[in-house]
Each structure stands twice: as structure tokens, then as C-alpha cells.
Design a protein around this ligand. Structure first.
Ligand code: GLU
Length: 304
């Protein structure tokens, strides 16, 4: 075992679907094939409707597929103090500012032709002392943003190669006081010794922001592997409306966990359709260079 670690970081809002499970399988394969630990982290800050039983069910489903994890799962809502400390440290170093912009104001400003696509235009960074007093008097609690001193950052991704994306003055703490996703992920990845991040490629454009924040907080930027999503019949990202998409739903149809594992493995070109395989077999066969690069479209056929 080397000192590094990967992680799988679901939101515990319901049962994992086959797309989540396939990403988890990849996180497991990337970590285990490089002799890393694999942590499980429940990201429940944003959900607002965290289901306490969901985390246990998610862990049970991972284990049923043979995706074991190390140590006890980490739950973000238990770690609020760590996030606050990181924000306080950045503030003490002059790296943050308060922002009172509403979504609508930001939307109007970013539609302006000079703003880089997807970037916060820095409205509240340029407030005068008088304007700050006015906003404080409004009673609306401000968000806290990073005072970024770069506009883009380049990360290395095992699938996408060199990827350059926007780093704007992104939110570290929301107006309601909740630490923001980018901040919590980075604080946790540093604290947990994560040096390999495997997750869905819908999060690729977060990587430059997170890499920049990692460096600011004194961490080592991890290697990234943003992996293809699973799509439903309609070509959109797999969702509950696509029918029997969770492990439990597949079991209720009479399939076994082994059959579901086999179907996921086949979708990764690691097994023949219907072939019985365990995770040790898949580990032997795993070669990141041979993974399919296209999304997997889940067809209505059963896994068995
Ligand atoms: N919690 C995020 C999700 O469920 C994943 C975040 C990450 O892996 O960085 O999509």
C-alpha cells in the first residue's frame, strides 16, 4: 500500500444508480491498481434533504458489488469546523471577499460580452467602502468568495490529458453559511491524503478551481481521472425516471449482484457480456488506456 489515496464521494440522497456504481467501480479500480487506499466520503452539505438511511444503503450496495473501502466513511456535515477554519485562514491571508450578488444579478452580469464564460464577473470585489456599508445594512447575509489572482488553471487528467479551465472568484461559503462544494472537497481531499480523484466527467470543469484552491491551502494537487457518464435511453444523464436503475431495483427484478457487477464490467470492456467476474479478476484486467471513452447508454435489457 502506498501513502496515497483515492476516494468515492457520493451525495447520500438516495440509492446509487448504475452510473454512480460504475464510477465507484472505476474509482476502486484506479485506486487498487495503483496500490492506493480508497476512502468513502458522503457529501451531504448541498443536499438539504439528506436521508440518514441513504448513506448506509449506499455503502451496503458498494460492498455487495465487491467495492470495499478503507476506514470509516467520512461525512461532510460532521466536518463543518474544518471548512470554517480553512475559510478563516484564507480570509486572514486576504484571499476572500464578501459577495451580496443575487443569482439574477450574476446572470445579468455574466451575459455581458466581456465576461469569460462561466466566470463570476467580480462585481463585489470592486465595491467601495460606502457600497459595502449599504449592502451590510440590507441585512442579506453575504456569500464568501475566493479572491482569485489567476483566470485559468491547467490540470492533468488521465483521460483528457492537459485541461485548462476557468478559475474565477468562486464561492467558498454560501450566503446561508453552508461551506460550498469546491471548498469542502478540497479541504477534505487534502486532509484525507487524496492524491487521485476519479469522478464523473460532468465535474471536469471544477478541477481547475479545485486544483488552484488546493495549492493555496498548501496541498498537493491530485491526479484526476474524469470518467464518462452513463446515459439513459433518451441520451440524457441516467436518472430515476429511466426505470430499474439502482442495484436494489435490479435485485427486485430477480438479478443478482454478480450479474450487475458483470454488466458494469462489460460496459467498461473488462468482461464479456454475462461473464461471471469478481473484483480481483477485474483488477487483473484493468488498464486505464483501454477504457471506453464514450458514455455508456443503458439499454432496457436486463443485466442478467
Ligand atoms: N459529490 C459529488 C457527486 O456526487 C462528487 C464530488 C467529487 O467527486 O468531487 O457528484
Amino acid at each position: 500500500m502506498n501513502d496515497g489515496a483515492g476516494r468515492y464521494a457520493p451525495s447520500p440522497t438516495g440509492d446509487l444508480h448504475l452510473g454512480n456504481l460504475r464510477t465507484a467501480m472505476l474509482a476502486w479500480l484506479y485506486a487498487r491498481s495503483t496500490d492506493r487506499r480508497l476512502w468513502l466520503r458522503f457529501e451531504d452539505l448541498d443536499t438539504g434533504r439528506a436521508d440518514p438511511a441513504a448513506a448506509g444503503r449506499q455503502l451496503a450496495d458498494l460492498l455487495a458489488l465487491g467495492l470495499d473501502v478503507d476506514g470509516d466513511p467520512v461525512v461532510q456535515s460532521d466536518r463543518i469546523e474544518r471548512y470554517r477554519t480553512a475559510i478563516d485562514d484564507l480570509t486572514a491571508a486576504g484571499r476572500t471577499y464578501r459577495c451580496w450578488c443575487t443569482r439574477r444579478e450574476i446572470h445579468a452580469a455574466v451575459s455581458a460580452p466581456h465576461a469569460p464564460p462561466g466566470a463570476y464577473p467580480g462585481t463585489c470585489r470592486r465595491l467601495t467602502a460606502e457600497q459595502i456599508v449599504e449592502r451590510e445594512a440590507s441585512g442579506r447575509p453575504p456569500a464568501i468568495r475566493l479572491r482569485a489572482d489567476i483566470a485559468t488553471e491547467t490540470v492533468t487528467d488521465l483521460r483528457f490529458g492537459s485541461y485548462t479551465g476557468v478559475v474565477d472568484d468562486f464561492v467558498l461559503q454560501r450566503g446561508d453559511g453552508t461551506p460550498a462544494y469546491n471548498l469542502a472537497v478540497v479541504v477534505d481531499d487534502i486532509a484525507m491524503g487524496v492524491d487521485q480523484v476519479v469522478r464523473g466527467d460532468d465535474l471536469l470543469d471544477s478541477a481547475p478551481r479545485q486544483a488552484h484552491l488546493t495549492a493555496l491551502l498548501g496541498g498537493v494537487v491530485p491526479e484526476y481521472a474524469h470518467v464518462p457518464l452513463v446515459l439513459g435511453r433518451d441520451g440524457a444523464r441516467l436518472a430515476k425516471r429511466d426505470g430499474a436503475v439502482t442495484l436494489r431495483q435490479r435485485l427486485a427484478l430477480g438479478e443478482t449482484s454478480a450479474q450487475v457487477r458483470s454488466a458494469l464490467a462489460a460496459s467498461l470492456h473488462l468482461a464479456a457480456p454475462g461473464e461471471v467476474v469478481d473484483m480481483a479478476d477485474l483488477l487483473d484486467r484493468f488498464d486505464p488506456a483501454l477504457l471506453p471513452t464514450e458514455p455508456w447508454t443503458l439499454t432496457p435489457e436486463p443485466c442478467g
